[in-house]
Ligand binder design. Structure first.
Ligand code: BGC
Length: 369
């Protein structure tokens, strides 16, 4: 005869194993191997202070796309707020809770390698999101063409510099993103491929270039202030890697009465950046249609879960700078935006709203406000 106590204990055991199966096996391994049949996805976000996109677009778009292509899926989406250590802990917590596919936008391309190793030991596939993780066991990479972002920024400078430089005044300042984000290197190499020949030819003179730890917008302002001081305000071109930093670089220029007189680049087409373009303080940005990236991630997650072919979705191959594996990748195209096409691109797509970009902007600017 089975005692009440034993029956209770057995019931608890059965309950626990059912829970484990539903959660994908937890750390002990279970029904879910390599994402097949997985419905519990974790999307690890890197930050929210340096660019509006992560919480304003990536988070809701990716969650919606996964649920669209994989009905019944749940998505946990913790944000590491710029701390690689926090992200590590969040990844471990997600795995413990039974997440069986990880989508990771790493805080740090090198540190996040440990997340891939941890997930692999539990047969959980990892999709590196927007930023590449340096680990040859990475399963997929979904992003934009980062080199093309830098080329678009560089080409804009090349095509418009004659409006800003005069003989003896061709000074170029470069405010780069975080050294620990692979994207900053991709953007930089794209931009340098266009700008370096101009520097060699003497068309431009590079007077300052600095990585900005954590893409900190406040640090970008300090960097621009230092460059202006060193050059006695004689700066014509500010290559700035994203809109968040461009906004504080513009604040530094404003303090010297130089806003609108210096060519300033950006990236992300965030509302504040588009507003700066409509005001004439920022010259261009690069629009990365996040809805498209999210859509490809939704399809990829569903294919992994359904055990169907992923090669038509992740058809490109990307190698990390320190590795040898060719990671199956999806790389979306980017769009160069300035005042001439704000209306037909980011406004037409609904990426930013008129109400958000037109505050304090003169009526008629860019045919938008
Ligand atoms: C992203 C940019 C973003 C930057 C700062 C990069 O990895 O690709 O879109 O502006 O990080 O968050």
């Amino acid at each position: 005869m089975v005692s009440t106590r034993t029956r209770l204990a057995m019931g608890a055991l059965v309950g626990a194993s059912l829970l484990l199966a539903a959660c994908g096996g937890g750390s002990g391994g279970g029904a879910i191997v390599n994402g097949k049949g997985c419905k519990h996805i974790a999307f690890l976000l890197p930050e929210s202070a340096t660019a509006a996109r992560w919480e304003a677009a990536d988070h809701p778009d990716v969650e919606a796309a996964i649920k669209k292509y994989l009905p019944g899926a749940t998505v946990d989406a913790p944000n590491a707020q710029g701390s690689a250590a926090t992200q590590q802990t969040q990844a471990q917590a997600a795995l413990t809770a039974g997440a069986c596919i990880l989508v990771v936008a790493p805080v740090d391309s090198t540190a996040a390698s440990a997340i891939v190793a941890n997930a692999k030991s539990k047969q959980v596939p990892v999709i590196s999101y927007d930023r590449l993780i340096y680990n040859d066991n990475l399963n997929y990479y979904a992003s934009f063409d980062g080199f093309a972002v830098g080329v678009a920024q560089g080409n804009y400078i090349k095509d418009h510099l004659s409006k800003y430089v005069t003989a003896g005044h061709e000074n170029l300042v470069m405010i780069d993103g975080s050294d620990t984000d692979n994207n900053a290197h991709l953007f930089g190499s794209g931009a340098h491929s266009i700008l370096d020949p101009l520097v060699s030819a003497g068309t431009l003179k590079k007077v300052y270039e600095q990585f900005t730890p954590g893409w900190s917008n406040a640090t970008a302002q300090t960097e621009m202030e230092a460059a202006l001081t060193a050059q006695h305000n004689d700066v014509q071109i500010a290559y700035v890697m994203n809109d968040g930093m461009a906004n504080t670089v513009i604040a530094a220029l404003k303090a010297k009465g130089l806003n609108g007189k210096v060519l300033v680049t950006g990236q992300d087409a965030e509302a504040a950046g588009i507003r700066n373009i409509l005001l004439g303080d920022q010259s261009m940005t690069v629009y990365k249609p996040i809805a498209k990236l999210a859509d490809s991630v939704g399809k990829l997650v569903a294919a992994i879960s359904n055990g169907t072919d992923t090669s038509s979705i992740a058809s490109a191959k990307v190698k990390n700078p320190n590795g040898s594996a060719q990671v199956p990748s999806v790389l979306n195209a980017v769009v160069e935006v300035d005042i001439s096409n704000v209306a037909s691109t980011v406004i037409a797509d609904g990426f930013v709203k008129k109400a958000d970009v037109c505050q304090g902007v003169p009526a008629g600017a860019g045919g938008v406000c």
